[in-house]
Design a protein around this ligand. Structure first.
Ligand code: CO
Length: 288
C-alpha cells in the first residue's frame, strides 16, 4: 500500500468565459499540464450579478464531456437536441459532447449568489465522435456519505469510506472508459478522511473552502488551488484549523495526443480543422 502525496500545485487564475462570466481556472490554466483525462476545472462564485448575468449563450463542443456542478443559484441549460434542464443547488449536468453539441447555460436569477464548477473530461479517440448525450441530475440523486467529522457527496464513480459504500449517478459501475470519480468532500476542522483509489489513475484535489493537506507533514493546499497527486493506492485528506471543502477527482488516463482549440478537443490538428469547418457549415451536430 502506497499513500499518494501532493505533487504539482496549480493555483487558479482569474479569467472569464462565455459572454463574460468571471471565474477561477485551475486545471487547464496552463496548457500542456493537464492531468489526463482532465482538461479544465473552473469555479464560478459571486454575489455580484455583473459577474455572471451574461451567462454562456449558444456555443459548441466536440470531443469531450463537460460536467457542471452547482452549489448555489440557478442556471438553465438548452441544447440543439431539445433538452432543457434546470440546474439548482447540489445538482449536476453531465454532458457528453461527442461528435457535437450546441448549448447554452443561462442564469435564472438577477441577484444572489451563483456558485459552482465546470469540469472538462476528455474522451478517447474511439468515443470522440459518438452521439451527444445530456443528463440532468438532481441534488436528491447524489448520495451522501456521513463521516465521523464531515461528509462526502458522490457525483460519479464509486467509493468506500469508513465502511460505507456508495456509487454516484454517473459511472456507478466503473464502466466508463475514463472511469471518473467525482467527490465533494466537507471536513470539520482538524479532521481527516482516507480513501482507496485505483493505482495508475490520475487524482486531483481542488480546495474551495478552508485549506487542506493531502499527506501528513506535506505542503498545505490553500483554497482555490488544485493539487495533482503522485501515484499510489490511497489518499489521506486532512483539513486544517478552519475545516475544508474540496473536490476530489480521479480518472483513468487516456494517453493519447490532445489538440485543443477553444471548445473542440481532438487528437490531431486536422480533426480540429474539420470540427471548425463542420461548425461553420452547420454540420457539427449532424448525425451521419
Ligand atoms: Co458549454
Amino acid at each position: 500500500m502506497r499513500e499518494r502525496k501532493l505533487g504539482r500545485i496549480i493555483e487558479s487564475i482569474e479569467t472569464s468565459d462565455g459572454a463574460g462570466v468571471r471565474l477561477r481556472r485551475s486545471l487547464g490554466a496552463m496548457r500542456g499540464l493537464n492531468p489526463d483525462p482532465f482538461l479544465l476545472l473552473d469555479e464560478f462564485s459571486s454575489e455580484d450579478p455583473d459577474d455572471y448575468i451574461a451567462g454562456f449563450p449558444d456555443h459548441p463542443h466536440r470531443g469531450f464531456e463537460t460536467v457542471t456542478y452547482m452549489l448555489d443559484g440557478h442556471m438553465r441549460h438548452e441544447d440543439h437536441l431539445g433538452n432543457r434542464g434546470d440546474l439548482g443547488p447540489g445538482g449536476v449536468q453531465w454532458m457528453t459532447a461527442g461528435r457535437g453539441i450546441i448549448h447554452s447555460e443561462m442564469p435564472q436569477q438577477e441577484n444572489g449568489r451563483m456558485r459552482g464548477f465546470q469540469l472538462w473530461i476528455n474522451l478517447p479517440a474511439a468515443e470522440k465522435m459518438k452521439p451527444a448525450r445530456y443528463r440532468d441530475i438532481s441534488a436528491a440523486e447524489v448520495p451522501e456519505i456521513g463521516l465521523s467529522a464531515g461528509r462526502i457527496r458522490v457525483i460519479a464513480g464509486r467509493t468506500e469510506v469508513e465502511g460505507v459504500r456508495a456509487a454516484g449517478p454517473v459511472n456507478p459501475d466503473g464502466r466508463m472508459s475514463t472511469d471518473p470519480l467525482y467527490l465533494d468532500i466537507a471536513l470539520e476542522p482538524e479532521s481527516s478522511v482516507s480513501l482507496l483509489l485505483p493505482r495508475g489513475h490520475t487524482v486531483a484535489v481542488y480546495v474551495f473552502e478552508g485549506d487542506a493537506r493531502v499527506d501528513e507533514g506535506g505542503q498545505r493546499l490553500k483554497a482555490q488551488s488544485a493539487g495533482v497527486l503522485s501515484d499510489g493506492d490511497s489518499v489521506l485528506l486532512a483539513s486544517c484549523t478552519s475545516g475544508c471543502r474540496a473536490l476530489l477527482l480521479a480518472g483513468k488516463p487516456i494517453n493519447e495526443p490532445v489538440v485543443q482549440h477553444g471548445p473542440f478537443v481532438m487528437n490531431t490538428r486536422e480533426e480540429i480543422e474539420q470540427a471548425m469547418r463542420d461548425y461553420r457549415d452547420g454540420r457539427l451536430t449532424a448525425t451521419q
